[in-house]
Design a protein around this ligand. Structure first.
Ligand code: FRU
Length: 551
């Protein structure tokens, strides 16, 4: 990233000269972009994942629910399909599936580009930026001052805020930005702010080079350092970025735990960027790991955690989930912890073969805490709202599978966008399987279980020529935490991606691919030992652009 930040410094200079947005105020009233099939049907354009209409996108930012809308802001370079001067793009949704694109929310200004961050609704008007009747939506983000970086300063990343009094439609930068200055550390960014009810204060979880710093504030404007966490635990193959901190109940118990998500780049188990996490307690001052979780983290070899020798416990072991964080302000009556990540990897994000836009987000997912044979873990599942785009469905009858079973072709199912759910039972200890997605050019992706390794995998070596990057083709592995003979697996396949939820979401992998023709053939391959398909269903997932009208 350092390299591209430097290139972007030049880009920002050029940009600033031609832009009039340095006042820090955005009163853009341009109409929302209407997404129609005709404008969203380019090669490789995902049909049910969020993508920007055009230009570059990376991290999801400022995810907040307010008045019936899920807001999704995102790192955005509107003028190019490569990373550059960062803005916050903006979209809203009623169901986290259909999105309405809104005008850019935050533009770079004289303090810097607008890097990643979060948003809250200041219900009690602690900041005084709104009123109790009309609370402010407050965005807390990192200013990255490329000019200061260029001249060799270390304190070029600071935290700023902006607020909106009209449901995120227009934004005003706070006049006394930055609200948190930099103590002289080059990597000091990605504030995730949440309300800590027990202490009646805001907590900012900040990524600081190789650790997390927790700050607190009564008013979102004045921040005080509480503590640091993590310099000596977890994965440290790269810089820590985009953290999140939230409370979850352990399924089936009344126990509450705190989950700390820490994105890291590079250093993920399959290379490049990834999301690791820690489970523990938080008292408004300090995060302390749960001893049971810590034992699993430190065990060498860690029980079902080490992939390719990499330490850490990961939310998603695929190569293409990064910078994932959760929505703020989801009502208690809903009660879900809702997550979304960027579906790419810094190893090759800038060169993937799309022309008009670059990158998609994952589907929205729920996060829950579960006791697994490997210890306490976060399990992820796609949100149930995905059913809003279910088309035709086909069920597969119970049967033994000893070679291959065609799941498309002999059933009238030809879609390249689907939700495939299979319950498989292993009939011998060396039983293994793969779901193969392929096209007429014999390009393919395999998603399966390797019995010898005891690991799940995605193999995209033959997905296409993969010629855009030397770092793209490969097989990616993930631990299996369950130990029994039943393998419930679920695959969400879009034009250019697969999200793989195994064992009820205990193991998750996300990978992207760029075949020359979409994958419409689906086969279940069961070699080495028999396998029984106990039940199975495939749902066509309809394009979210099927109708110009957003739900
Ligand atoms: C993560 C990241 C963040 C930073 C942003 C810049 O992908 O590097 O740390 O704020 O992207 O676009």
């Amino acid at each position: 990233m350092k390299k591209i930040y430097a290139i972007a410094a030049l880009g920002l200079l050029l940009y600033s000269c031609s832009s009039n947005q340095n006042t820090g105020e955005n009163t853009d009233t341009a109409d929302a972009v209407t997404a129609t099939a005709s404008s969203f049907d380019e090669p490789h354009r995902p049909q049910f994942h969020f993508t920007p209409p055009s230009g570059w996108m990376n991290d999801p930012n400022g995810m907040v629910y307010y008045k019936g809308e899920y807001h999704l802001f995102y790192q955005h370079n509107p003028d190019s399909t490569v990373w550059g001067p960062m803005h916050w793009g903006h979209a809203v949704s009623n169901d986290m599936v259909h999105w309405k694109h809104l005008p850019i929310a935050l533009y770079p200004d004289s303090l810097g580009m607008i890097f990643s961050g979060s948003a809250v609704v200041d219900i009690s008007n602690t900041s005084g930026l709104g009123t109790k009747v009309n609370p402010a939506m407050v965005a807390i983000f990192t200013y990255h001052n490329a000019e200061q970086e260029r001249v060799g300063k270390n304190d070029f990343q600071t935290q700023g805020i902006a607020f909106s009094l009209d449901n995120g439609r227009s934004w005003t930068k706070y006049k006394n930005n930055p609200v948190l200055k930099n103590p002289g550390i080059r990597d000091f960014r990605d504030p995730k702010v949440s309300w800590y009810e027990a202490g009646q204060k805001w907590i900012m979880t900040l990524a600081v080079k190789d650790h997390i710093s927790f700050y607190s504030s009564k008013n979102l404007l004045d921040w005080k350092l509480e503590s640091d966490f993590g310099a000596d635990v977890g994965a440290h193959g790269g810089v820590w970025e985009c953290p999140d901190l939230f409370k979850l109940k352990v399924n089936g118990t009344n126990e509450e735990k705190w989950v700390l998500l820490v994105n890291i780049n590079p250093g993920a188990p399959n290379g490049g960027s990834g999301t690791q996490y820690f489970i523990g307690s938080f008292d408004g001052n300090r995060f302390v790991m749960d001893p049971r979780f810590e034992a699993g983290l430190n065990a060498k070899p860690a029980i079902a955690t080490a992939v390719n020798g990499q330490e850490g416990i990961w939310l998603d072991y695929g190569r293409d989930e990064y910078a994932g964080v959760t929505w703020a302000n989801v009502p208690d009556s809903d009660g879900r912890r809702l997550f979304m990540g960027w579906m790419s990897n810094w190893n090759y994000a800038n060169v993937v073969p799309t022309e008009k836009w670059r990158s998609a987000m994952t589907v929205a997912r729920t996060l829950e805490l579960e006791n697994t044979p490997a210890g306490l873990r976060v399990v992820s599942q796609p949100v149930q709202e995905l059913q809003n785009i279910y088309g035709d469905s086909y069920t597969f009858k119970e049967q033994a599978v000893s070679d291959t079973l065609t799941l498309s072709g002999n059933v009238p199912f030809t879609s390249s966008t689907f939700d495939l759910q299979l319950d498989l039972e292993r009939l011998s200890p060396d039983g293994q399987f793969a779901v193969e997605l392929s096209n007429n050019q014999n390009q393919k992706v395999l998603i399966g279980y390797d019995a010898a390794r005891g690991q799940y995998y995605i193999d995209r070596r033959k997905a296409s020529s993969n010629s855009f990057s030397d770092n793209f083709a490969g097989i990616h592995y993930a631990p299996r935490l369950a130990t029994d003979d039943s393998f419930p697996v679920r695959l969400l396949v879009d034009v250019a991606s697969v999200e793989f939820f195994a064992d009820g979401g205990k193991t998750v992998m996300t990978d992207i691919f760029f075949p020359d023709e979409v994958f419409t053939k689906i086969r279940l391959i069961a070699d080495k030992g028999q396998l029984r398909l106990t039940s199975g269903i495939i749902h066509d997932l309809k394009s979210i652009y099927a109708s110009a009208e957003q739900k």
